[in-house]
Structure formats: structure tokens, C-alpha cells
Design a protein around this ligand. Structure first.
Ligand SMILES: *Cc1c(COP(=O)(O)O)cnc(C)c1O
Length: 224
């Protein structure tokens, strides 16, 4: 018998967890995309995950993502940018990813216009306006801007549950905001929410895109 490598074990455990949560929510697991967030991990791990059938990968820092994704150009993969984005870096990022989950202001929408991209509006669900994400009141105007921009396809809303808060309640809030958004943007019904510690809650509240790092990759290597 050969030992199952830990990476494969963790991936299978998360896939089982996702299937269980989907069953609990009476949802079809096929409507849920799992993005494996590989930030701080080397390209070799991405190749291993690709060999295990993963096709959706997430990165969150331009300096790291640009060379890594260039290295992996031979893979059949969809690249998702999930991190905070500076306006002056946004066009560069737009040139090498397929999906951006963190559009939260007009200047970013303007910067990435013209690239063939799927985008999510990141919403700030905390009381702290300094955190990433558009305020809920700003969603509709930003959605109209994105829908009018060349190249861009608005898929829906993204959020990170507040630290130490009730993840389920935050995801329920994003779902409510999504129900309002589809009144003006019927195709923008996707919900990017749920990470290693809270993906079950996210699935129960309708997540269509999970962004899962450490539960699959293991602890991130030390970084400064
Ligand atoms: C790192 C990151 C994730 C994955 O987080 P884990 O807790 O490791 O699963 C998801 N979303 C965003 C925006 C991230 O930066």
C-alpha cells in the first residue's frame, strides 16, 4: 500500500465537507466552485493540486501572483484574484487573471475596463470602513458602472466574514444584498463567500464560490 500524500488527504477531506454541507442545504454540489487559494505556496504545489483535479486557483498579492501564474501558463486553470487591489496595480493584474473578486470602487472598475474578466463586487460587512470592500449602499451604483464597462462581466458579490464575528449572519446579510442586486443585474447572482473555517456556513447561505486556503494547502510558509 502506498501512503496517500497529505495534500491529497486534505483536499479530499474538504471535498467531503463541501459535499456534506451541500447535502444539508439540499443543494447540488456541482453549482459550487471551490477555489484553492495558493498564496505563499510555490508553483510546485499548484501543479500537484492540478494533478489532483483542481482547476480554480486563487492568489491575493500581485508581486507573488504575477511570476507564479506566468510559470504555470501551461496549466489548464482559471485564476482568481481575491486580495486587496491598488488602483495602480489593477491593470497589470487584469492582464493575467480570469476573475477578480475584490472590486470595491469606481477607480478599480475604470482601471480594469477593457479586459475580458469576470468580476465580483467585494462588500465590507464590518463596522470598520477602513477594511476592504464597498459599503452596502454603494453596491448598486458600482454594479451599474461595471455592467457598462467594456469586457467585464459582473458575476455577483464577495465578502470575508468579520473576524471573531458570526460568519453565518454575515453570509446571510450578503445573500440579502445579492437578492437586491439581481433586481437590477439579473445575471449577477453568484456569491463568493466561505473560507477554510466557515465554508459550511457559506454553503448553507448559498455560496457559489468558496475560497479555501489553509484547510487544503496546510499552514502557509512563514512570511514577513
Ligand atoms: C487567504 C484568503 C482566503 C483563504 O483563507 P483560508 O482561511 O486560508 O482558507 C480566502 N479569501 C481571501 C480574500 C484570502 O485573502
Amino acid at each position: 500500500m502506498t501512503a496517500v500524500p497529505p495534500l491529497a488527504e486534505r483536499l479530499h477531506a474538504v471535498r467531503d465537507g463541501i459535499a456534506d454541507a451541500a447535502r444539508e442545504a439540499s443543494r447540488d454540489v456541482a453549482e459550487i466552485t471551490t477555489i484553492v487559494v495558493t498564496k505563499f505556496h510555490p508553483a510546485t504545489m499548484v501543479r500537484e493540486l492540478h494533478d489532483l483535479g483542481v482547476r480554480d486557483f486563487g492568489e491575493s498579492r500581485h508581486q507573488e501572483a504575477q511570476p507564479k501564474i506566468a510559470d504555470l501558463a501551461d496549466l489548464d486553470a482559471t485564476w482568481h484574484f481575491v486580495g486587496q487591489l491598488q488602483s495602480k496595480k489593477a491593470r497589470q493584474v487584469a492582464a493575467y487573471v480570469d476573475v477578480i473578486h475584490s472590486v470595491d470602487r469606481d477607480s478599480l472598475a475604470t482601471a480594469i475596463a477593457g479586459y475580458p474578466l469576470e468580476v465580483f463586487i467585494q462588500v465590507n460587512l464590518t463596522e470598520d470602513s477602513g477594511r476592504g470592500g464597498a459599503e452596502p449602499e454603494a453596491i448598486h451604483r458600482l454594479a451599474e458602472h461595471l455592467e457598462g464597462a467594456a469586457g467585464l462581466t459582473l458575476r455577483g458579490l464577495m465578502a470575508v466574514a468579520p473576524l471573531g464575528g458570526e460568519a453565518r449572519a454575515a453570509f446571510a446579510r450578503l445573500r440579502q444584498l445579492s437578492e437586491q442586486l439581481v433586481q437590477i443585474a439579473p445575471r449577477a447572482s453568484a456569491l463568493s463567500m466561505g473560507m477554510s473555517g466557515d465554508y459550511r456556513d457559506a454553503i448553507l447561505e448559498g455560496a457559489t464560490h468558496l475560497r479555501i486556503g489553509t484547510a487544503i494547502t496546510g499552514k502557509r510558509p512563514e512570511h514577513g
